[in-house]
Write a protein of this length. Sequence first.
Length: 317
Amino acid sequence: MADTHNPRIATDSRLAALGITVLERGWLSANNVVMRADTGGLVVDTGYATHAEQTVALIQETLEGCPLERVVNTHLHSDHCGGNAALRRAWPHLRIGIPPGLAPAVRDWDPVALTYVPTGQICPRFDYDELVHPGDRFRIGGLQWTAHAAPGHDPHAILLHEPNQGILISGDALWNNGFGVVFPELDGANAFDEVADTLDLIEALSPSVVIPGHGPVFQGASVPVALARARSRLLQFQRDPAKHRWHALKVMIKFKMLELQRVERKELQAWFDCSAYFIRIARIDREQSPSEILDALLNDLQQAQALAIVGNWILNQ
């Protein structure tokens, strides 16, 4: 799960011919899918707040003077909507569309309900102009997109499908190497079945190209392979939910390290101690102090070469 501050522009001639540019951002910021049309541009997902200035510059460069008219968020995790506020400042007439599930929390700005406080993440306040419901359709250029419900990773998530071209924007419902943490499971909901249903939906849509929320675009024979890989991973978590909970905690620690890059051990512990969310999840399976829990998480991440522990410092790698 390495991150990069130097985004890669996915070079796919078919997508380019359709006016689609994929800015592959790494893992702290979700990929930005930029679409151009004569009347203006649209972006799906806007990255994390600490990359917002870079996001604006990248989208300005990609649109080449064309105004950005619309943003659509596949879901409202901080790495997918953290650039919304900055893009609104850059293009004041921009319209922001979100799935309806958390609309009241956005309008009233409740960072607890939006998960930003419990997970220790940041997201500048933004508002929305329209709701994108499952079944809604919208056109940009010659492309006609349909929104579909994609619960599992997030209960309110959507994915976007262009049936004529066989293109799927999957958010965190499907990556080339799996899918996002199943957050409702961490709160006691039975959401693994929803992940399975969403994978079945993707298979039924039969996309020829998948643009994931993180990682590279994949297509052709790689799509059923990715689905099989995701189902295998899901089966492991269904058989051992504790494995999923521990995986989720490691992902959230790694995410923070992607943001900070380097931090003193005591500072990271203070951040961890402030999250009743992390402690509650860990104590479902183990009776340990917060310090012992964080030590175990950091040791596992170091063994996976996801970070390095050097003296009193934790370093992302």
